[in-house]
Design a protein around this ligand. Structure first.
Ligand code: SIN
Ligand code: FE
Length: 309
């Protein structure tokens, strides 16, 4: 894997970065390629979490223009919402220019501000980000689409320190079976599995808090945890380290690139769900890799409008 540095942006000739990203590389901008004011950054860094009204995990939902992680309903909360809205807009405008083929079909997911020092956080294993993992969202199944995340380090002086390893394709060949791929594939292809999924979808339309999950999404959740629990993998996998300087921006498919963050504080991030059909190399996508490995479909085709034939 590579950290691909983009030193000139915007560049004279258009470069299609999709193959680099889909192969499991990280695209790195030493200088943040969009404007996000110093005033907004220092407001975010200065947020006061002591009273408990603002949580330590701030998420902005562009579709509903809401910030979650705050119970405050005052001018500070309103300002926070405005800043997260502005950040989301500028990052989306930048990404649309950089990756127009993705932008034509993507789903805008949440943005977040990560205010805590990552080093030494006391979290349950499944939430630890200092262990190498691929991302999967329990509440938002992707049905085979990909998770693209853009990060910006807004700390005034500290780097954000990542370790990544070889892409999904390599890890899946080694570990997907041990993580339970064949059982999950068989269960989701079975009559019982299909019936369960249909019922879950029905219950969801009735407003019940169930998450209908494809076999693919069940596997990706399982794999996230499998990698975190696998101490041999954590110790011995190939490690590529990168310390992202203050003021830099980087993006990667966090379900293709196994990653961890060892230290750093104050990062902004925007997530996009990238349609499988807009990929330059769809055969590298985790869904395609897994279906090849197990010889079964992991997402029902009628749930999967986005897939290329
Ligand atoms: C993660 O997605 O695991 C965390 C990355 C970061 O916050 O830098
Ligand atoms: Fe992650």
């Amino acid at each position: 894997m590579k950290f691909v540095s983009v030193d000139a942006w915007p560049s004279e000739a258009r470069v299609d970065y999709r193959p680099e990203l889909e192969a499991g590389n990280v695209l790195f901008f030493p200088t943040t390629p969009f404007v996000f004011s110093e005033e907004s950054q220092s407001f975010l860094r200065g947020l006061d979490f002591a009273g408990g009204a603002i949580h330590k995990n701030i998420a902005y939902r562009p579709a509903s223009d809401r910030v979650t992680g705050t119970e405050a309903n005052d001018s500070q909360a309103e300002r926070l919402r405005g800043i997260m809205r502005d950040y989301s807009r500028v990052v989306v405008a930048f990404a649309s220019r950089l990756l127009p083929e993705y932008a034509a079909h993507w789903k805008l997911d949440y943005a977040s501000f990560r205010p805590l020092e990552e080093e030494g956080r006391d979290l349950p294993l499944n939430k630890r980000n200092d262990l190498i993992h691929t991302d999967a969202f329990p509440s938002r199944p992707t049905n085979g689409d990909l998770i693209l995340r853009i990060f910006t380090n807004v700390h005034p002086s500290k780097t954000r320190n990542w370790v990544v390893t070889d892409p999904f394709l390599v890890l899946a060949e080694k570990y997907a079976r041990a993580a339970g791929l064949d059982e999950i594939a068989a269960a989701s292809a079975s009559a019982g599995g299909k019936l369960w999924n249909q019922s879950a979808r029905l219950l969801k339309t009735m407003g019940l808090p169930v998450v209908p999950r494809s076999g693919y999404d069940r596997f990706m959740l399982r794999f996230h945890e499998y990698l975190k629990r696998n101490t041999d993998f954590q110790e011995h996998c190939a490690k590529y380290r990168f310390n992202f300087p203050p003021g830099s921006t980087w993006l990667t498919f966090t379900d293709v690139v196994p990653h961890s963050v060892l230290s750093g504080q104050h990062a902004l991030e925007q997530t996009f769900i990238i349609a499988h059909r807009s990929l330059a190399t769809p055969e590298n996508a985790p869904i395609s890799v897994l279906e090849r490995l197990c010889g079964k479909l992991l997402v029902e085709r009628n749930r999967q409008q986005q897939r290329v034939a």
